[in-house]
Design a binder for this molecule. Structure first.
Ligand code: NI
Length: 254
């Protein structure tokens, strides 16, 4: 069995959601955590967690939503979390400086990030962190809070990995690990399996040998296999330990 800790399930990407869920189950992916991180898709994600037993969600406002956020939106987030038991965390939230070179936007992103971290502390929920070209600021901000969670789509150095791990975070590892010459290879080899959780980030970042095609949670076993090869351990061990980490982080018994 496997858990996909991060996917973007939406009718925007997939014609037949029922079929996608069936395929996930057939691939032994028995839980998926959908990231509802855009203002206009959060309600669709909530529909899915009610409709499909295997589906859970984290919700939050992604840094690229910064110009859409209005006063009152954080209260909406809080109310949705309190009234939907299968929302098990806040995310993906964080900082994305990739297309951002003005300081004002960075300041606004940091403020939104901190407001949501404060909410996570208040509700005692784990967080799913999106950090792109913003490692230094992300670490600095996370140090101010006492939270657990996942560094989604981790792509940094071994040194950065260890900083996050020492702060109590798990690293979300996905399809990038299967790409030729992936820098993640060394990181995965050297960090403990207990600090790794599996994710697809589907429909993006499809693992080899399907790179270039549409991704979905059914490909999680390919990522698990790659980890078992790199760490020279059994696939069962990868399954067992990563699932335990997910249950340690998220309340998935609902
Ligand atoms: Ni994502």
């Amino acid at each position: 069995m496997y858990i996909d800790t991060h996917c973007h399930l939406s009718k925007e990407y997939y014609d037949d959601i029922d079929q996608i869920i069936e395929e996930d189950k057939n691939a032994l992916v028995d839980k998926i955590i959908i990231s509802g991180c855009e203002k206009n898709n959060i309600y669709e994600v909530i529909d899915f967690i009610h409709k499909y037993d295997i589906a859970y969600a984290t919700i939050g406002y992604h840094p690229d939503q910064i110009d859409l956020i209005k006063p009152g939106d954080l209260e909406i987030l809080e109310n949705l979390i309190k009234t939907n038991k299968k929302i098990v965390g806040i995310g993906e939230i964080g900082l994305d400086y990739h297309y951002c070179n003005d300081n004002n936007t960075k300041i606004k992103q940091k403020m939104l990030f901190e407001q949501q971290l404060t909410l996570a502390e208040k509700l005692s929920l784990p967080v799913v962190i999106h950090s792109r070209d913003a490692t230094k600021d992300t670490i600095e901000i996370l140090k101010k809070y006492h939270l657990s969670g996942i560094i989604h789509c981790f792509s940094g150095s071994l040194e950065t990995a260890n900083v996050y791990i020492n702060m109590g975070y798990k690293l979300g590892i996905g399809g990038v690990l299967t790409f030729k010459n992936s820098k993640l290879y060394e990181v995965v080899e050297k960090i403990p399996l207990t600090s790794i959780v599996l994710e697809t980030d589907s429909p993006y970042l499809t693992p080899e040998p399907y790179r270039g095609k549409q991704n979905s949670s059914k490909y999680i076993p390919l990522i698990a296999k790659k980890i078992s090869d790199i760490k020279n351990i059994s696939l069962d061990q990868v399954s067992e330990i990563t699932i335990k980490s997910c249950y340690d982080l998220f309340d998935l018994n609902k």
